[in-house]
Design a protein around this ligand. Structure first.
Ligand code: UD1
Length: 420
């Protein structure tokens, strides 16, 4: 067990680059299962979730060789179509193998997913969509047995909500289905566009990715491909808020500013100076943030995975902000931890009322999940004294070199083993 120890007070300055998006590369890894042969993914972050997904692929029969930010994946002709409980429990994205294995093998056995504790996170839309494509499901001792003995057949699927995972599972299932699959009310996230680009390089015929209607014309087979993963807008956004909260001056490079449009707009409303170039964003933080109201929404709305970091910033605002969480029913465990640091945040249904305070005061807090952990580190950087963020492995799931990158910007932060 490790923890991060942060000493508050330093204004961050300088520039930091980001790698490929966790929420893209995990799906790209699954997509490789669709075509036997040697694939290569570049710009891959060395994060825990990537290692877990590689273990899922290895269980299925593929081999993954990681060298720096490149992964070579070798996919055999014959696969073992199952994802074991110990891996699926650690990472909800493992459910994506369902669509890919059904497409490749006509069957899949996948334990029901775990992942972050954000309240109930059902997979009904994944299953409903796959059922309309000819799959049948049976739950046996917590393991979902999926079969499509006659292969998957293209279908019109209209999602009740633009779920990222369901859209991706249906894309993976549709690329080799017989006929045309149309995904209505599809998620429009840049990571989905990037998955479609990788699948396109593998030979898939997909149009409309990035819009609410994606059309997939099934092809009989796919071939291996090389792909550079889209930059991580959440990693980029987190370092930008780190600059903002410390009243610093931080530039994030190798990112796509367009993918952070709503988050940057809210930083401007909070009093930050924001400038952008083709592949960089610079944020100069205010002496004290202004209060801002915002609501999380599917892309292009404000990303739910940036909400804890933004709330950390607003704890120090010169007034009261209201945040509405529309994606998850229970993404609020970290609020109690922020309040231990002296913040005044109250939960009213799906709304957080954030009353700005003049100072925070360091103490031990629990990372809770990836983004909450990052937000608590950011709060620690402006808290009086030092803040210990325990359960730091949550942060390692999503951020490559979090401590060295923040330290390179001037943060006083170190990683240490939990005593005892
Ligand atoms: C992905 C991201 C996650 C991000 C989320 C929303 C990955 C690995 N994770 O998660 O970081 O927070 O998108 O941008 O890419 N839902 C259902 N039934 C379903 C599917 C989803 O009710 O069948 C609900 C979920 O419980 C949640 C909401 O829909 O409340 C959004 O979920 P979804 O968009 O599917 O998120 P994930 O793909 O799980």
């Amino acid at each position: 067990m490790e923890q991060f120890v942060v000493t508050g007070g330093a204004r961050l300055g300088g520039s930091v680059s980001v790698l490929g998006a966790k929420n893209a590369v995990l799906k790209h890894l699954v997509a490789t299962l669709l075509a036997p042969g040697s694939h290569r993914l570049e710009n891959v972050p060395g994060i825990l979730d990537v290692h877990i997904m590689c273990r899922v692929l290895e269980h299925v029969g593929a081999s993954c060789a990681i060298a720096g930010s490149t992964i070579d994946i070798d996919v055999p002709v014959h696969l073992r179509p199952e994802a074991p409980i110990d891996l699926v429990r650690q990472m909800r994205a493992s459910i994506l193998v369902l669509g890919a294995l059904l497409a490749r093998c006509g069957e899949a056995r996948v334990a029901l997913p775990g992942g972050d504790d954000f309240g109930s996170r059902p997979i009904d839309m994944h299953l409903g969509g796959l059922e309309s494509m000819g799959a049948t499901f049976d739950l046996v001792h917590g393991v979902l047995h999926a079969t499509a003995p006659d292969g998957l057949i293209g279908a019109d699927v209209h999602l009740e909500f633009p779920s990222v995972g369901a859209t991706e599972n249906l894309l993976l299932a549709g690329v080799m289905a017989r006929g045309t699959t149309t995904i209505g009310n599809a998620a429009r996230e840049p990571e989905i566009q990037d998955l479609a680009a990788f699948l396109g390089a593998m030979g898939a015929r997909i149009s409309g990715a990035g819009t609410s209607t994606i059309v997939v014309e099934g092809v009989p087979s796919m071939s291996p491909a090389i792909h550079r993963v889209v930059p991580d807008r959440l990693e980029a956004g987190t370092y930008l808020v780190a600059g903002a909260i410390t009243g610093g001056d931080v530039t994030v490079t190798d990112c796509v500013p367009e993918h952070l449009r709503m988050e940057l707009r809210k930083l401007v409303e909070a009093g930050c100076e924001v400038t952008t170039g083709d592949d960089w964003v610079r944020v100069v933080g205010p002496e004290r943030p202004l209060p801002v109201d915002f609501a999380t929404l599917p892309y292009p709305g404000f990303h739910t995975d940036m909400h804890p970091q933004m709330v950390a910033l607003l704890t120090l605002a010169s007034g009261t902000s209201v945040m509405t969480e529309n994606i998850y029913s229970a993404r609020f465990r970290y609020v109690g931890e922020l309040n231990r640091l002296g913040a005044e945040v109250t939960l009213e249904g799906q709304h957080l009322i954030v009353r700005g305070v003049a100072t925070l005061s360091g103490c031990p807090v629990d990372a809770c999940d990836i983004r909450a952990g990052a937000a608590l580190v950011l709060a620690g950087m402006v808290a009086d004294g030092y803040t210990t963020v325990v359960d730091a492995q949550h942060i390692d799931r999503g951020y490559h070199d979090f401590v060295p990158k923040l330290a390179s910007l001037g943060a006083e932060i170190r990683r240490e083993d939990v005593p005892g």
